[in-house]
Design a protein around this ligand. Structure first.
Ligand SMILES: *Cc1c(COP(=O)(O)O)cnc(C)c1O
Length: 366
């Protein structure tokens, strides 16, 4: 028994997040002590907004309590009134479906492109023919941080008159030229720019940003304490903004580390049948690195990972339609998603991994 304990290597975790440490937060916390403003769009919130705007190029930035509420508010402000359905991919994190329902809409689940894992305008257009009426909106999801095709979806909106909102939860560092279609990002601890809990709506439409910002603070638009729009309390505190500012200070080093780790994986996967998402590590980064495993080898691969003590995860499960809470929502044929989702496997990806760990993981992959 002792021998097993000594020889079996330590288990490898799939994700170990890292947020700014106490020393990096201290100067920002001391500013809060001096300001005695703790929430309500205080100076650290305003500086975080300005720096997110500079990072993404989006003129309009609304901070929100999390990524899910960012999507909810963006849909509430953009969906066509009186219409019910929101087109969205079934293959996404379940938060997307919750946000659609919380915005008062009904998810209408669609397939994704098996190559990019993203909804395409062609898939959405094919669905339009099957619907009794025009949908209220389309929610397009960035697959694990890959940049969504912003121009193609802007053209879709212009052509069909159906408002587009992006769930770009993991893509905050992959966005450029954000148009008026809002890109909703998450600042959760497991995302590239993590603050614990938080989110943001990014858009070139500064009037829209003004409205969604008002929605985060009881609908007060302008200086008067008069609710002009229906909203709620979706704000972040000055303490959360402090973490955000410290996380932005550390972002360049983090991006380089994520690129280097992706590169270390892709070297080890050369010549194998498994493959990474296109462009990952070169054009964009992720905190949730996935491999596409050939269908016939999924069971074998997962057994080898389990036997080697390597944690893996289907980050998005098997699609929203497989969750009991959404089992009854309308959908197109999802047989492609059923096949695809089973094959997308998240591998360990964090800054505790050694070269030996990476070798051990790669040895389980064919
Ligand atoms: C993380 C994530 C969300 C939810 O963001 P929270 O900040 O956790 O609410 C929504 N959609 C996708 C695709 C995500 O990856």
């Amino acid at each position: 028994m002792t021998i097993t304990a000594i020889t079996s290597p330590a288990p490898i975790k799939v994700l170990i997040p890292r947020l700014p440490e106490a020393a990096a937060l201290l100067p920002y916390l001391q500013r809060i002590d001096a300001n005695r403003t703790y929430s309500n769009y205080g100076p650290l919130n305003r500086e975080f907004v300005a720096r997110l705007s500079a990072l993404t190029g989006a003129k309009g930035v609304t901070l929100t309590s999390n990524g899910t509420t960012a999507i909810e508010l963006a849909l509430r402000s953009r969906a066509t009134p009186g219409k019910r359905n929101c087109l969205m991919p079934s293959y996404t994190f379940i938060a997307s479906a919750h946000a659609v329902c919380n915005a008062g809409l009904t998810p209408y689940l669609l397939e994704v492109c098996p190559d990019t894992l993203a909804l395409t305008p062609e898939i959405a257009e094919a669905a339009l023919a099957a619907l009794p009426e025009k949908p209220a909106a389309v929610l397009v999801v960035s697959a694990f941080g890959a940049p969504p095709d912003l121009p193609a979806w802007a053209a879709f909106e212009a052509h069909h008159g159906i408002p587009v909102v992006f769930d770009a939860a993991a893509a905050v560092t992959a966005l450029s030229d954000v148009g008026k279609q809002p890109a909703c990002v998450s600042l959760h601890a497991t995302k590239v720019l993590g603050i614990g809990e938080g989110g943001a709506i990014l858009t070139s439409d500064t009037e829209l940003a003004e409205r969604t910002t008002a929605m985060t603070g009881f609908g007060f638009l302008g200086a008067e304490r008069l609710a002009t729009i229906r909203g709620g309390n979706y704000r972040i505190s000055e303490y959360a903004a402090a973490v955000g500012l410290a996380a932005l200070d550390a972002l360049p080093a983090r991006l380089q580390a994520l690129r280097d780790l992706t590169d270390a994986y892709s070297q080890r996967l050369e010549g194998k049948a498994v493959r990474l998402q296109r462009g990952v590590g070169d054009e964009w980064v992720t905190m949730t690195l996935n491999v596409f495993v050939p269908e016939a080898d999924v069971t074998g691969t997962l057994e080898r990972l389990d036997a080697a003590g390597i944690e893996w995860r289907r980050w998005w499960g098997l699609g929203c339609h497989r969750h009991p809470a959404f089992a009854d929502v309308p959908r197109a044929d999802l047989s492609g998603t059923d096949k695809l989702a089973a094959r997308v496997i998240g591998l360990p990806f964090h800054d505790n991994l050694t070269d030996a760990d990476l070798d051990r993981i790669a040895a389980c992959l064919n």
